[in-house]
Design a protein around this ligand. Structure first.
Ligand SMILES: CC(C)(COP(=O)(O)OP(=O)(O)OC[C@H]1O[C@@H](n2cnc3c(N)ncnc32)[C@H](O)[C@@H]1OP(=O)(O)O)[C@@H](O)C(=O)NCCC(=O)NCCS
Length: 190
C-alpha cells in the first residue's frame, strides 16, 4: 500500500505527467489500441472538455504524478443518460501498490456524488490486471466483442464491464474523496 501517495483532483500543471504515463502505454501495451501518442495540445483539450462533470484525479507521490483516473464520455447519448466511462493509468513502475484501487474507488465515489447511473469500462480482453481490478470493485462483464482490434500484429477482443450505481449514496467512507461537488466547482490551475 502506497501510504505516501495522495489522490487529488488534477490540475493544469499535471497534464504533461498525465500524458507521459498514457503515452508509455501507447508505445508498450495493448491496454490502449492506438499507436498515436497524445500530443500536449490534445491533452489540454481533453482536460478542458472534462470540465466539472467529468472529474480527473491524480495519484501524487511527493509532488510527482504516478497515476491518474478520469470519468469521460463513452457516447453522447449514454452521457446524457448518466453513464460515463472510466480510465485509469498507473505508472508502469508503480504497479501493485494499491494506487489503481484508490483511483478507481475515487472515481466510483465521484460518480455517486454526481448522481450517475453507471460506469462503463472498455478493456482489451488480454488486459488481466485491468479486468481483475474492475472485478474487485464489483464491475460485471456485460459484453465480449471478438476480433475488433489490432496492435503489435496481434488481433484483439474487447471486454465491456459495468458497475450499476443503484444505491446512489454519499462516498464519505473513502478518505481520498474530498468534497467532490465542491471540487467539481473549482478549476484548479486555470
Ligand atoms: C490496471 C492498473 C490500473 C492496476 O493498477 P495497480 O495500481 O497496479 O492496481 P492495484 O495495486 O490497486 O491492484 C488492484 C487489483 O488489480 C488486480 N491486479 C493488478 N495488477 C494485476 C496483475 N498484474 N495481474 C492480475 N491482477 C492484477 C488485482 O485484483 C489487484 O488486487 P489485489 O492486489 O488485491 O490482488 C495498472 O496495471 C495499469 O495502469 N495498467 C495499464 C493501464 C491500464 O490497463 N489501465 C486500464 C485501462 S481503463
Amino acid at each position: 500500500m502506497a501510504d505516501d501517495v495522495i489522490i487529488r483532483p488534477a490540475c493544469f500543471g499535471d497534464l504533461t505527467e498525465i500524458n507521459s504515463i498514457y503515452n508509455y502505454y501507447v508505445a508498450h501495451s495493448t491496454c490502449v489500441w492506438t499507436t498515436q501518442p497524445c500530443s500536449d495540445n490534445e491533452r489540454k483539450t481533453w482536460y478542458e472538455e472534462h470540465g466539472q462533470s467529468m472529474p480527473v484525479w491524480v495519484a501524487d507521490h511527493h509532488g510527482r504524478v504516478v497515476g491518474w483516473g478520469a470519468l469521460g464520455s463513452f457516447r453522447a447519448a449514454y452521457t446524457a443518460a448518466g453513464v460515463l466511462e472510466d480510465s485509469i493509468y498507473v505508472r508502469h513502475d508503480f504497479h501493485r501498490r494499491g494506487i489503481g484501487s484508490r483511483l478507481l474507488q475515487t472515481l466510483i465515489d465521484s460518480a455517486r456524488s454526481l448522481g450517475l447511473r453507471s460506469i462503463l469500462a472498455n478493456i482489451s480482453a488480454d488486459q488481466t490486471p485491468s479486468i481483475r481490478l474492475h472485478e474487485k470493485f464489483g464491475f460485471q462483464k456485460v459484453a465480449h466483442l471478438r476480433d475488433v482490434g489490432q496492435k503489435f500484429d496481434q488481433r484483439l477482443d474487447a471486454v465491456y464491464m459495468q458497475l450499476l450505481l443503484a444505491n446512489n449514496q454519499s462516498a464519505a467512507s473513502n478518505p481520498d474523496t474530498v468534497e467532490i461537488a465542491q471540487m467539481a466547482a473549482l478549476r484548479i490551475g486555470f
